[in-house]
Design a binder for this molecule. Sequence first.
Ligand code: I3S
Length: 130
Amino acid sequence: GSPETLHNVSNLEKAGILNKTKISENGKKVRKNWAQSWTVLHGGVLIFHKDPKSNPTGTSSKINQIVPEFTVELKGATIGWAAKEKSSKKNVLELKSRTGAEYLIQYDTDSIITDWHKVITDTIRQIDME
Ligand code: I3S
């Protein structure tokens, strides 16, 4: 594409800590399991890594930080602020994958969650134009 496209693509990368839970899979509601996650957006894919604290021994905490727990392909996905009844937490985003899985993403700090909302929205928009 044009240099402008390349510029846009290179901006659609982000990493940081978020709270996340899956809420449905294959159209079926699943039990929430809120956990902190090192989250990486790269190449139109959102990668949630395991919470290093979820390992009681801590021996493989370094491995857990780099091993993905699950990934969400943003092609055909939708993102938006979650309805109040979805969670009692503040700053909750709802992400729906093209395959119908639903996730909640949350962070107390407004600027952090707003940045994620923007970059995910822009990524979905960018991919849909390809
Ligand atoms: O949508 P829910 O069922 O009210 O979600 C809450 C539960 O997942 C709860 O765990 P238990 O399944 O053990 O009750 C969590 O601790 C809460 O955080 C969940 O609600 P929020 O409003 O935090 O998303």
